[in-house]
Design a protein around this ligand. Structure first.
Ligand code: 9WN
Length: 447
């Protein structure tokens, strides 16, 4: 029923338009995640954006990642938002109130949580692209990798030190925003146990003013919980140990754990090449092995799908979403489970659903009760997630599968609006348009 512009751009024109989006969203200091809805730098967005930027200008790509890592907290955390001066997004820096956090950075304002650790993947990709570019860009990128490697190591170490509690070995999140899949049904059960207290300061949402149809965004009930968790963290002075011990939301995130495993592998590859210390390489290899084992250990005995774990309630979360395919990202699941997941991914419950405009995985299966084709992480397709699966498939040597993700991703986005997410049946772009990371992954697919 929705509008999708009737045009389908050719690949060269689509690439030119994607490049223009990144240039237009460049404030000089950062590329904003989206011009109106997200006028700041987001952590995992910046990683994907740097991959797209590298296709245009390797130095600009390097600057983007360096800007993000200048905001790294003293304890190693890479914050989920680095704020610009813009005032159009809520919650902004005043609401987060991280300036008194003991571990916060001094010269820049940030949020107090993190996002998925895809930065090593981006760094390696930027290096690869630079090496195919010019000798100068190659030299710049190599210098950059040497400089950022210890910071990436510190970021990964933070995830192990502070965020791997409990026996399941999964990397834990303390807020749905940390997952990057904010209102995914993955988090419905743990959010039911979050009870906003009377002390929740009043607030006014800004996102629903920007997005024409508020039903494409999370609900007010969900926002109360998002804001309440921030309130808890603020009261804890953003002390990680206190937060992990007490926050009313603590969930082992299987998708982050899979990305962490493969990002550790990538860091080992880079570290070997650039002569990093053997001890740190051994740490990373051990973290990767543990994370991979945790992902495999989460798989449901019947469906094979990987599961998150509610660490407060000590129970597995059986809700099936795109995150159930996490073992395909990092490997390590037994062969029969992997085959089961691959045939499920191809089946009419997922990519093979006959009504999809583009055969790429939606955030939730269209066959699942509660699937909502227009609402955020509850059904739409997200180009950046498609890129991640394509990237992982290529890395695993599954070239034909990787090509299908790329071709499907281009089909999804060839209307040229660079939607934040897409209605899977009509291809209507939803949420924001001119979304930077969508433009970035399209550029990577096309170049
Ligand atoms: C909260 C910027 C970010 C993405 C997330 C996506 C959305 C923010 C929001 O936008 O989250 O962090 O306000 O909804 O869910 O993955 O990084 O693009």
């Amino acid at each position: 029923s929705g509008d999708r512009p009737p045009v389908r751009y050719s690949e060269p024109t689509l690439a030119a338009r994607a490049a223009r989006v990144l240039r237009d969203n460049d404030t000089g200091a950062v590329i904003t995640a989206a011009p109106k809805l997200y006028p700041h730098m987001w952590s995992w967005d910046a990683a994907f954006i740097s991959i797209g930027l590298a296709r245009l200008d390797v130095r600009r790509a390097i600057t983007e990642l360096e800007t993000l890592f200048r905001a790294q907290w003293r304890n190693g955390m890479v914050p989920h938002i680095v704020f610009t001066e813009a005032d159009a997004y809520f919650p902004g820096p005043d609401r987060w109130g991280t300036e008194n956090a003991q571990d916060g950075p001094s010269n820049v304002r940030t949020s107090g949580i993190c996002q998925p650790p895809v930065h090593a993947i981006a760094v390696q990709r930027v290096l690869e692209i630079a090496r195919r570019s010019s000798p100068n860009e190659r030299a710049d990128a190599e210098r950059f990798v040497r400089g950022i490697w210890p910071k990436l190591y510190a970021w990964h170490r933070w995830l192990v030190e502070y965020r791997t509690p409990g026996s399941a070995g999964l990397v834990a999140i303390v807020h749905g925003w940390e997952s990057g899949m904010d209102n995914s049904p993955r988090w419905d059960v743990p959010y039911d146990a979050v009870h906003p207290g009377a002390g929740l300061p009043p607030y006014v949402r800004k996102d629903v003013r920007v997005v024409g149809d508020p039903s494409e965004r999370p609900t007010d009930r969900e926002y109360d919980r998002y804001l309440w968790l921030i309130e808890e963290m603020r009261r804890a002075g953003y002390d990680q140990r206190t937060i992990v011990e007490n926050s009313s939301f603590l969930v082992g995130d299987v998708f982050i754990t899979a990305l962490f495993a493969v990002s550790c592998d990538v860091l080992v590859e880079l570290g070997k090449e650039f002569g990093q210390s053997g001890e740190q390489l051994r740490d990373l290899a051990e973290w990767a092995a543990n994370a991979r084992q945790a992902v495999a250990g989460s798989c449901h005995s019947v469906s094979g799908m990987a599961r998150d774990r509610d660490l407060r309630a000590s129970r597995w979360l059986d809700t099936q979403t795109i995150a159930g395919f996490s073992p395909l990202l990092c490997g390590g699941a037994p062969d029969d489970v992997q085959l089961q997941l691959l045939s499920l991914l191809d089946s009419d419950r997922w990519c093979g659903h006959p009504d999809l405009l583009a055969p790429v995985p939606p955030s939730v299966s269209p066959m699942r009760p509660g699937f909502n084709p227009r609402q955020y992480w509850r059904g739409p397709q997200w180009p950046v997630v498609v890129w991640l699966f394509g990237w992982a498939f290529e890395r695993r040597g599954w070239h034909e599968r990787a090509r299908r993700m790329r071709d499907g991703g281009i089909r999804l986005t060839d209307d040229g609006s660079f939607g934040e997410y897409y209605q899977p049946f009509t291809g209507e772009p939803l949420g924001s348009t001119e979304q930077s990371w969508t433009a970035a992954v399209v550029l990577d697919w096309l170049c």
